[in-house]
Ligand binder design. Sequence first.
Ligand SMILES: Cc1cc2nc3c(=O)[nH]c(=O)nc-3n(C[C@H](O)[C@H](O)[C@H](O)COP(=O)(O)O)c2cc1C
Length: 493
Amino acid sequence: MSLESLRDFIAALDEAGELVRVRESVSVDREITEIADRCMKSRGGGPALLFEHPVLPGGAPSRFPVAINLFGSYRRMEMALETPSLDAVGARITDLLRADAPDGIAGKLAMLPKLAELAKMPPRVVTGPAPCQAVVLREADLDVRELPHLVCWPGDGGPYLTLPMVITRDPATGARNVGLYRIQVQGRRELAMHWQRHKVGAAHWRAMAERGEWMPVAIALGGDPASMYAASAPLPPAVDEFLFAGFLRRSPVRLVRAVTCDLEVPAEAEIVIEGYIDPAEELVVEGPFGDHTGFYSLADRYPRVHVTAVTMRRDAIYPATIVGRPPMEDYYLGHATERIFRPLLQLTLPEIVDYHMPAYGVFHNLVFVGIRKQYPGHAFKVMNGLWGQGLMSLAKVIVVLDADVNVGDPDEAWWVALNHIDPERDVHFTMGPVDVLDHASRGFTFGSKMGIDATRKWPEEGFTREWPDRIEMDEATRTAVSEKWARLGIRLP
Ligand SMILES: Cc1cc2nc3c(=O)[nH]c(=O)nc-3n(C[C@H](O)[C@H](O)[C@H](O)COP(=O)(O)O)c2cc1C
């Protein structure tokens, strides 16, 4: 059975023993962060948490429970996407991409299950009462500050929505985008939208500014967990995240028309904030915000959202996350992307055997890549290829290794890399766009990148010395010792 909503997901986590219900009153002003941070930093990511009695910054109790760390472990990420393993989702994509022309009737019949799967992907717009619109608050009646937005860290510029699905539309093509961008609460009906310049929501906003038109924006909190994850996935602008969620769920996402803006929102959402941006209006100061780099991102100027309606379920649950020094919950969301998108990366760079972005590299700072090296200079071809693709273009350091290195193990990857490099020969610097959150680059979103060729060097690359083998014990000795092990009296921790 598909998980249709956030509450379905929470119920599944509860049943699996993955959730702790916190009955104690806890403030949304930093206390939830401190508790969630201790959980997220514990081994394996700690439990998911449902705060049943959050307290608003002014001291009043909130009637909305706060759910956090729902995606914060390998197991919960698999549960969210209803898959036995994240690599299995990647394998489904590989299968989908295999474009063999079917042979004869039998071949065509064999295509039917694939076609049936494709038919389930597009979202369905439904009419009639939707759970997310059981309560509708329009302008005069609403105050977004009544929701239990987190004030995450002491230096933050204010309370934030940290786990929203931000829905916008490309005015030229009509293509929908759903992005996970933090949003600062700045007033009763005012929000600041932190979509970074490289993201699709920001591109839609620039397009609307060129047209001089108001931009409708819908912000959904909660929904089916596949959609919530999909908002964080770096899909190409033409691919609708709700379609991708339909693929992940094997069942369409149900959408309903928003009440005050020309957009569709997930019918199963817990809360939806509707509004618009006037691109002609002056930008507002957003931040600072304790970010996923582990440092504060500095205050900057972003567009203001004017809220026109808040719709919700009668007993809505408020989903949140926190970011900060890794590892945090976002590592697991990013890890899902790493696994699921591997086949798509291999489409253009088939020599890539595997890649990994370790938690402390906060995604854009460090990427290990394992390749099947076939010609001199191949490692440089791969790093340049990666710097030319989507959000990979923001990667600050790329380390390329041979296929026999387990790049999923950063200790192994660094051990081999540091042994295999002659720094002056193997480190390559280039320039390019840099993540908005990089506080060290010479310019805002512009700076240098470092590629490390840690593959074995070939004579054609000018290396004429002998290259040594890795030390491995022979199989016969290993077996002989394993047989004796129990009698040796050695207890290893
Ligand atoms: C917890 C979390 C918070 C995020 N916050 C932001 C943010 O504030 N601004 C932003 O541009 N991207 C943020 N991201 C990254 C985007 O969600 C991600 O790049 C996504 O691919 C953007 O979607 P888009 O490609 O449709 O723009 C965040 C990701 C996570 C997991």
